[in-house]
Design a binder for this molecule. Structure first.
Ligand SMILES: Cc1cc2nc3c(=O)[nH]c(=O)nc-3n(C[C@H](O)[C@H](O)[C@H](O)COP(=O)(O)O)c2cc1C
Length: 203
């Protein structure tokens, strides 16, 4: 018999939902270290382990990043073919006050070798591990794509370089982490109904 209870693990996975509103409360370093450890132990193509995790918990840095992200999106054009989430980032940036990370106290930026075929796959395996671990710790998370969309924006990359993210790396994704601003302080947990992600059995 396995040492794990599969129903509990499945509940943990199914109850992971995106948190888009956070308390203005720092996340303890020990808790972040556990979450990052989960990310670091994700599988990686060829066991390359080339993902870089930059944990930003400095409010001034996050505010600077928000301003640069807003300026970058506000200067973009869009039309009816623009991916809806990107269009929404552009529109909200033009309106002003766009907080792409939902004002989470922590943003984990994941980067990897530019041009490496498994860069995105490795990074998102790590990101998913972190979301599940955070859920187990009653912390909220949300996948944040904006820095990936701005991977080639010179101003954003200049700024990311000042906090140690080399321009030679591609920014694959990011994860907001924090205590949810919900009435009970817990992450939203009601599983979303699955309409897609179909399974076909060949027996
Ligand atoms: C590749 C990818 C990119 C995403 N980008 C964003 C994003 O930039 N901002 C955001 O609020 N949510 C983002 N999400 C979260 C999805 O919107 C969310 O997972 C989906 O609506 C299902 O909701 P749930 O996470 O609560 O189950 C992203 C998810 C994935 C997998």
């Amino acid at each position: 018999m396995s040492q794990w209870n599969e129903n509990e693990i499945l509940d943990l996975i199914k109850s992971r939902r995106s948190t888009r509103s956070y308390q203005d409360k720092p996340v303890e370093r020990e808790k972040l270290e556990v979450i990052l450890e989960a990310g670091r132990h994700a599988p990686s193509g060829g066991n390359n382990q080339s993902s870089r995790f930059t944990v930003i918990g400095n409010k001034e840095v996050l505010d600077n990043l928000c301003r640069l992200v807003e300026a970058a999106f506000a200067g973009m054009e869009y039309d009816e073919n623009t991916y809806s989430s990107l269009r929404s980032s552009i529109i909200r940036s033009r309106e002003g006050g766009y907080r792409f990370h939902y004002d989470a106290p922590v943003l984990v930026v994941i980067s990897n070798r530019r041009g490496y075929g498994n860069a995105m796959a490795d990074s998102t395996c790590a990101l998913e591990n972190m979301t599940i671990m955070a859920n187990a710790m009653d912390l909220g998370t949300c996948y944040i794509n904006q820095l990936h969309w701005l991977d080639e924006d010179a101003t954003v990359r200049d700024y990311l370089a000042t906090i140690g993210i080399p321009k030679e790396e591609t920014v694959t994704c990011a994860l907001s982490v924090g205590y949810p601003a919900t009435p009970d302080g817990l992450p939203p947990r009601e599983p979303l109904v699955r309409k897609g992600n179909k399974v076909y059995w060949v027996e």
